[in-house]
Design a protein around this ligand. Structure first.
Ligand SMILES: [Zn+2]
Length: 485
C-alpha cells in the first residue's frame, strides 16, 4: 500500500473484519516500511495503532529479510539442533533410539529453513558435527544421508512444483515476476531479481557440480508437443537441438517454436529465414530429418516426469540419495534395506557392521581397551575383525554355505559384510523373494554375532548346523518374531 492511502489501508482491514469476522489486533501487529523513512513509517503506525517493526523478523518460524548467507542468521537452527541432540540424551538412549531421534530432528526442525535457503558450508559442517557426536559419540563418518544433499533436494522440489502446478497462485506469481512464460524449461529465474526464488534457482549449479543436469531431475514427456520448445528444451536425445544443430538454429524463423509447430505425423514443418543452401547447413538438416524421422506426436498435453523415481514423481529422498551416492560414495547406505518388517535393532546392527563399527576385538583394541587376545575364538587363526567374524571365518562360511543351500542359491564370494549385503540386495528378479532373502541374510549375520557373544561371554559353543537350524526354524515360523528374539 502506498503511504498516501494509509487511511484506505485502515478501511481495507475493517472491510476484511466485516466480511470474514476476523478482527486484526492492531496492538499485536507491526508495520514495516520498505523504501520509506523511519518518520513516515512511524506516522503510518500511529494511524493504524500498531508498533513499528524492523527487518529482519521471523514469520511462521522463517526469517524474513535476513541475509541467510551469514552463519549468525542460522543460529536458531544450530541451537535447536544442539538442544534436541544433547549429550545427556545420547547417553540414555540405545543406538536405534539415537538414530530415530537424529532422523526425526532433521525431518522436523530445519525443514522450513532448508527448503527455502541454501545453508552456508560452515552451518552444514556444524550441524553434521552435532549429529555425528550424538549418534556415534565421536567424529567418525555418519553413514546416513548428508544435510547438504537434503538441502539441495528440498530446494529443487520447488522446481518440480513450479513445472507441475502451473495454475497455482504462487507459480503464477513466480512466473510473472521472473518472466518464465514461453521461456526454455531450464530458465528458472531472472538473474537481476534477487531473493528466495533466485536462491532456489541457483541450486541448479550445485546439482550440475555433482554431474547431474536439470534434465535428470525434471524431464518432459512429449505427447502433443504443444508445451515444449523445439530448439530450447531437452526433449530428444541428451541435449537441446539448438546446441546440436547450431547452423539450423540461426536459420530458424521463430526461435521459441514448439515441437507441435515443427513436427507433424506427416513430416516436419520447417520455417527458415531463407532456404538452406550451404553444405554445412544442408548436412545438419539431413541429420536432423533422420534423427526425428521416427518421432510420433500423440494426443494429450506434454507431461513432466522425474527420471530419478520409478513412478516418475519427484521425491526429496530420491534426489538426496542420488547426490549422496555421488558425493559421499556411501554405497553401504543403499545396500542396507530399511524394511519396516525387520526390527530396527537388527537393521541398526547390520548397518553398523557394514560400516565396520561393531565392537570386535580389533575395534576394541583400536579404541584403547586392553584385550588379552585379538585372535578369533572360533578358528584361532585370524585377527577378530568385523568382516572376519561375520563373513571370512570358516565358521561363518559353513553357516553361510548351508543357509544358501537351503535357499537354493549359489554361494557367492564375499570378503566383507558390504559384499554380502550387495549380493543379497542385487539378487534375483522378484523383489519379494529378494526381500525375503535379504531378511534371511540379516538373520544369519545377527545369529553369527549372537553366537560369537555367547561363546565369548557364556562360554557356549554350538556347531554351525545348530546356528543354521535356528535361523531356518525361526525364519520359517515368522521373520518378525525371529528377529525379536
Ligand atoms: Zn575365525
Amino acid at each position: 500500500m502506498r503511504w498516501d492511502s494509509a487511511t484506505n489501508g485502515d478501511r481495507g482491514l475493517e472491510c476484511f473484519h466485516v466480511s470474514s469476522g476476523l478482527r486484526v489486533n492492531f496492538h499485536k501487529s507491526k508495520v514495516f516500511g520498505i523504501g520509506t523513512s523511519n518518520h513516515e513509517t512511524s506516522q503510518w503506525a500511529n494511524i493504524l495503532g500498531c508498533v513499528v517493526g524492523a527487518l529482519p523478523f521471523t514469520y511462521l518460524v522463517v526469517p524474513i529479510g535476513a541475509n541467510m548467507n551469514l552463519k549468525r542468521n542460522w543460529l536458531p537452527v544450530i541451537n535447536k539442533f544442539r538442544s534436541k541432540l544433547s549429550k545427556w540424551k545420547s547417553k540414555t538412549l540405545s543406538f536405534g533410539g539415537r538414530l530415530t531421534l537424529v532422523k526425526s530432528v532433521l525431518r522436523n526442525l530445519p525443514t522450513f529453513y532448508l527448503s527455502l535457503f541454501k545453508a552456508p558450508i560452515g552451518v552444514i559442517e556444524t550441524l553434521e558435527k552435532i549429529r555425528r557426536r550424538f549418534l556415534w559419540g565421536d567424529n567418525g563418518g555418519l553413514g546416513i544421508g548428508s544435510i547438504r544433499a537434503l538441502n539441495i533436494a528440498l530446494m529443487a522440489k520447488w522446481w518440480w512444483r513450479l513445472k507441475t502446478e502451473p495454475v497455482s497462485l504462487w507459480c503464477r506469481t513466480i512466473t510473472g515476476i521472473h518472466l518464465l512464460q514461453n521461456k526454455p524449461t531450464e530458465y528458472l529465474s531472472k538473474k537481476n531479481i534477487t531473493g528466495v526464488w533466485n536462491n532456489i534457482a541457483t541450486t541448479k549449479k550445485d546439482i550440475n557440480s555433482f554431474g547431474l543436469s536439470f534434465d535428470s531431475v525434471c524431464r518432459k514427456i512429449i505427447n502433443s508437443g504443444n508445451k515444449t520448445q523445439f530448439w530450447n528444451d531437452v526433449w530428444h536425445g541428451t541435449g537441446t537441438l539448438k546446441s546440436e544443430f547450431p547452423l539450423l538454429y540461426v536459420m530458424e524463423k521463430k526461435k521459441s517454436c514448439t515441437v507441435a509447430e515443427r513436427i507433424t505425423n506427416n513430416g516436419p514443418l520447417w520455417q527458415w529465414k531463407s532456404t538452406p543452401v550451404d553444405y554445412g547447413t544442408c548436412l545438419e538438416l539431413d541429420r536432423l530429418n533422420r534423427s526425428i524421422a521416427k518421432f510420433r506426436i500423440k494426443s494429450g498435453s506434454d507431461k513432466w516426469t522425474c527420471p530419478l523415481d520409478k513412478e516418475g514423481r519427484y521425491t526429496v529422498a530420491s534426489l538426496r540419495m542420488k547426490i549422496d551416492n555421488i558425493h559421499i560414495n556411501n554405497s553401504v547406505q543403499c545396500k542396507v534395506n530399511w524394511s519396516r518388517t525387520i526390527p530396527l535393532k537388527v537393521i541398526c546392527f547390520i548397518w553398523r557392521a557394514a560400516l565396520g563399527r561393531i565392537p570386535s576385538a580389533i575395534a576394541l583394541q583400536h579404541s584403547g581397551i586392553h584385550i588379552e587376545s585379538t585372535l578369533c575364538g572360533s578358528c584361532i587363526g585370524e585377527q577378530e575383525c568385523v568382516d572376519h567374524i561375520l563373513v571370512k571365518c570358516p565358521y561363518a562360511y559353513k553357516v553361510r554355505e548351508q543357509i544358501f543351500l537351503w535357499c537354493g542359491i549359489d554361494l557367492c564370494t564375499a570378503h566383507s559384510v558390504g559384499d554380502l549385503l550387495k549380493s543379497a540386495a542385487t539378487w534375483g528378479r522378484c523383489p519379494i523373494k529378494r526381500e525375503c532373502f535379504m531378511a534371511i541374510c540379516y538373520g544369519m549375520i545377527w545369529a553369527l554375532w549372537k553366537h560369537r557373544n555367547n561363546r565369548l561371554f557364556q562360554k557356549v559353543f554350538y556347531a554351525p548346523s545348530i546356528v543354521v537350524e535356528n535361523v531356518k526354524a525361526m525364519s520359517l515360523y515368522s521373520v518378525n518374531s525371529f528377529y525379536c528374539n
